[in-house]
Design a protein around this ligand. Structure first.
Ligand SMILES: Cc1cc2nc3c(=O)[nH]c(=O)nc-3n(C[C@H](O)[C@H](O)[C@H](O)COP(=O)(O)OP(=O)(O)OC[C@H]3O[C@@H](n4cnc5c(N)ncnc54)[C@H](O)[C@@H]3O)c2cc1C
Length: 299
């Protein structure tokens, strides 16, 4: 299949010469070989077929809110599930959601339709596909608690459905197959009182806004919380708040967030990460593990 034919077949679109920095909340990352934005599952099949024929690597992207994309970019195909790859449909046990639907849109739907169970995700940016893959969570809840089933396509072109009994979720991770793109997710949600759902969501959003730099360019928490103590506390205790390499700075509000002040590069962020790790290791003997995912090539 020629690139022109792919473009004709797609309901969604393709872009050549896009940069990962425009598609990640950190505002970081270099050039993309080919950016493809599917509108439905047929589009995903066609994009993957093209990538296989051309021998191109594939990277799946949601809203890019958990990614540290390197400055050398990604020469392969980036499949971005978002914008038009969305939809929410009621089921007897909750809802069926297309993977590109934003978490915020799902929460709006839950509030309007009196569905409870996902309030914990208020204020977490991301698409449902990305949120399930990373098992996003907060306030004692996580996506793994409510996922009933998922459907998706392996990069080799075979469709799979994975039910509750096959899925395993752990702290910010899941056992989803490698080289697999989630296209639909079924969520188990119970009927609840609208005013209670609204109240809980507002409470969580207030708490999150007061403690996290939500309006800055970041990828959320940089490190997973080790068993000894929250990563933010350890970083704060080694004087990490405000530490800076170029335009990459540890947030003065939340020490486990690195923010891009405007002109940061991924290598500056990685340099800052190394410095934080060293300080924490020296002071507490703790190895901090990344929560953000590093993707793309070095420059
Ligand atoms: C300000 C801020 C606050 C945050 N707060 C929290 C929080 O409280 N709790 C929390 O858990 N996280 C938090 N995060 C991190 C982030 O929001 C979550 O990890 C989110 O679930 C990522 O979704 P995404 O669509 O942006 O995924 P992306 O960042 O685009 O991708 C993340 C991973 O999922 C994969 N992926 C994405 N879509 C699909 C798909 N359709 N099929 C297969 N794989 C896919 C990607 O390949 C990648 O491996 C925060 C981030 C920010 C910027």
């Amino acid at each position: 299949m020629e690139l022109g034919e792919l473009a004709e077949r797609l309901k969604g679109g393709i872009t050549i010469g896009a940069s990962l920095s425009s598609y990640t909340s950190f505002g970081l990352g270099g050039w993309i070989g080919l950016l493809a934005e599917p509108e439905d599952e047929g589009d995903v099949e066609n994009i993957l077929e093209y990538a296989r024929q051309e021998g191109m690597e594939v990277l799946v992207l949601g809203m890019g809110t958990n990614l540290l994309a390197r400055d050398g970019g990604f020469p392969g195909v980036v499949i971005r599930c978002g914008l038009r790859f969305k939809g929410i449909h009621p089921t007897p046990d909750g809802i069926e959601v297309m993977a590109g639907t934003r978490g915020r849109e799902v929460l709006d739907y839950c509030r309007e339709n009196g569905l409870q169970g996902m309030e914990f995700a208020t204020g977490i940016p991301g698409t449902i596909g990305g949120m399930v893959k990373t098992n996003a969570g907060a306030f004692g809840g996580e996506m793994g608690d409510i996922v009933q089933k998922i459907k998706g396509l392996s990069f080799d072109g075979s469709w799979r459905e994975l039910g509750r009994d096959e899925l395993r979720f752990a702290y910010r991770s899941s056992n989803l197959p490698k080289n697999f793109i989630i296209t639909r997710v079924w969520l188990n949600l119970a009927k609840g009182k609208k005013w209670m759902i609204r109240k809980l969501m507002s409470r969580y959003l207030r708490l999150k806004s007061a403690t996290q730099p939500l309006s800055e360019k970041s990828a959320g928490c940089i490190f997973k919380n080790p068993s000894q103590a929250p990563a933010a506390k350890l970083i704060e205790e080694v004087g990490g708040k405000g530490m800076r390499v170029g335009d990459a700075m540890v947030s003065p509000l939340h020490a486990n967030f690195i923010i891009n002040l405007g002109g940061a590069t991924a290598s500056q962020v990685l340099h800052l990460i190394d410095e934080i790790r060293e300080r924490v290791k020296r002071a507490f003997g703790v190895d901090l593990e990344l929560e953000v995912e590093v993707v793309g090539r070095e420059k």
